[in-house]
Write a protein that binds this ligand. Structure first.
Ligand code: TNX
Length: 554
């Protein structure tokens, strides 16, 4: 007996290490994964596509097969639409990979059944297929992400059964290209890394006080004038200006290119035209749309909230907004349109004759619930909501749109902590949780601010560490009846202090991976230790290979 115990004691560490080694390091962790014995070779194989799969899916499978052939040094080919009979070994047995359309599966979900001879991949829809491919990639050696042949690597995947689907349908990142402009290539690089970690919404912040970034045919000055600023404040010195002209914008053609690049990766791009505040770049371009006594205007060189605001009492201004949104809506095929609505200073409205006349005309009053000016903003929101509905879009707005009375059917993005989201969900509105307390990627990644790049907040308590973000639970403090209203979670990458691609990636990574588990995994399927070991063992080397800058783990 003693000897048996001794043998067990001697071998247990080896066995558990061996067992650990074969558990694939997948982020975000699949909902369920059951390991079985052995592995399946993925070198020089046939990948069989069910004829029921659509052309896009087959194309994505081919992209995978081509990359696999390149790096493994042996051709793997896709048989389609020949169907399931295509690939059998000499003994007539199934072999290779079988991609099967299974419409019983929920949107974006997939199942992988991997045995020593073959694997069956069931996919519910296009995104499900993409995510199955991403999971397969993460089960392979890191060099699958590169384009350098690596024939001596172990081109096989462990036998297992995976059933996977996301917790939330909305899994987003906001990218602010206004405070600093980023090239089309850089936006695509962000989309690429979102795709690896199964994010599916890019909230693209395209207009702000510091720059207008989208070409509008009817109002060319928005990009001639509004897309450039004469310098930027330096560090935290509000009265300084580096004197360097900064700016840029995306042509409609570039936007279409980005939208289709994203769609190929299962990502919907949602534009944000931030209104009626954050509009200095537009006012600098069309000063007639401002409030009485407010001019002159210039595209802002500082951060913060400008007091200068659109004159929404004028019908001309409302038509301007509608025309812009109409052109922008045409560029983005998704169902949502973000109209901003945050941090709108309403002081100028208090004294502007047009705004006051509008308040009177609409019979808006100030009472204990809201000011007449807050209600004027509600009127703008409701009007834009109606207009965009006529263009087939639903609106999303920041939680300020809740002040006063919000029209039904709007989705609220909760940024000032979680309370706005909890309130909105309890009132029956759809909500996207994006609290600055957990989800602000412009906040430092450590409380040790001296060793982090200069950022928007100087308070170490507000740091959004990897662990803090990882442990965010969007259902906390939410009444049970409101749970179904949470569409998902988003992190925001504001770029006041982020001017270069390297810094942008440093702020994004690896926090994007922690976010991916908040968005994808059920609460009981999260495990910070497992997550960290995946990062250091597999995911960070992938980022390295792909040439991303990222913050090293503590
Ligand atoms: C608040 S979040 C903003 C942004 C800033 C950000 C800086 C939101 C709706 N408005 O305009 O960039 O804080 O952290």
């Amino acid at each position: 007996m003693k000897r048996i115990l001794l043998i067990i004691a001697l071998f247990a560490p080896i066995c558990s290490r061996a067992a650990k080694e074969i558990v694939p390091q997948i982020v975000p962790a699949p909902q369920s994964i059951e390991m079985t014995k052995g592995s399946l070779k993925l070198k020089g194989i046939y990948i069989n596509c069910d004829p029921a799969l659509d052309a896009r899916t087959v194309k994505a499978v081919k992209v995978f097969a081509d990359r696999l052939s390149l790096v493994s040094g042996k051709t793997s080919s896709v048989a389609s639409p020949v169907g399931l009979a295509a690939s059998v070994d000499k003994g007539g047995r199934l072999s290779g990979l079988y991609f099967i359309s299974d419409t019983r599966l929920a949107p974006e979900s997939y199942e992988l059944s991997i045995s020593k001879k073959y694997a069956v991949v069931r996919v519910g829809d296009y995104n499900g297929a993409l995510y199955a491919l991403q999971t397969l990639r993460q089960m392979l050696p890191e060099s699958i992400y590169g384009s350098t042949p690596d024939p001596s690597a172990k081109w096989s995947i462990p036998c297992c059964e995976i059933k996977d689907s996301p917790r939330f349908g909305y899994r987003g990142i906001l990218l602010d290209c206004c405070r600093h402009f980023f090239s089309v290539e850089q936006v695509k690089k962000v989309l690429d890394v979102m795709y690896i970690f199964k994010l599916n919404r890019l909230h693209w912040h395209l207009t702000d006080d510091q720059g207008w970034r989208v070409e509008i045919d009817k109002y060319p000055k928005l990009t001639e004038i509004g897309a450039f600023r004469n310098g930027t404040m330096v560090g935290r010195d509000w009265d300084s200006n580096d004197g360097i002209r900064h700016g840029g914008y995306y042509t409609k053609e570039q936007i279409r290119d980005i939208v289709s690049y994203a769609a190929e990766r299962g990502i919907t791009v949602i534009p944000e035209i931030d209104l009626p505040g954050h509009m200095l770049a537009a006012l600098a371009s069309y000063p007639d749309l401002g409030c009485a006594g407010s001019a002159p205007y210039e595209v802002w060189s500082r951060w913060g909230v400008s007091k200068q605001v659109l004159n929404v009492g004028k019908e001309e201004t409302m038509r301007f907004l509608e025309d812009i949104c109409s052109e922008v809506a045409e560029l983005f095929p998704g169902e949502y349109f973000n109209i901003g609505g945050d941090e709108c200073p309403r002081d100028e409205w208090k004294t502007d004759p047009d705004c006051q006349a509008k308040i009177k005309e609409l019979g808006l009053v100030t009472d204990e619930k809201a000011s007449a000016e807050a209600r004027l903003q509600n009127y703008v929101t409701a009007r834009m909501q109606k207009f965009l509905a006529s263009r087939g879009k639903k609106i999303i707005g920041w939680d300020e749109i809740l002040e006063g009375e919000l029209a039904e059917g709007a989705t609220v993005m909760s940024w000032r902590g979680t309370s706005g989201g909890i309130k909105a969900a309890s009132m029956g509105y759809d909500v996207i949780m994006s609290p600055n307390t957990y989800c602000y990627l412009d906040y430092a990644q450590s409380a040790d601010l001296d060793n982090e790049p200069l950022g928007i907040t100087r308070d170490p308590k507000r740091a959004v560490t990897l662990s803090k973000l990882y442990h965010y639970e969007p259902y906390d403090d939410l009444p049970a009846a409101a749970v179904g209203r949470i569409l998902g979670v988003q992190c925001n990458l504001w770029t006041e202090y982020i001017a270069t691609p390297e810094h942008l990636e440093y702020m994004l990574l690896p926090r994007l991976m922690a976010l991916s588990e908040v968005q994808w995994c059920n609460a009981d399927n999260k495990d910070y230790e497992r997550f960290l070991s995946c990062l250091s063992g597999h995911e960070l080397p992938i980022l390295e290979l792909l040439g991303y800058n990222y913050r090293k783990l503590d």
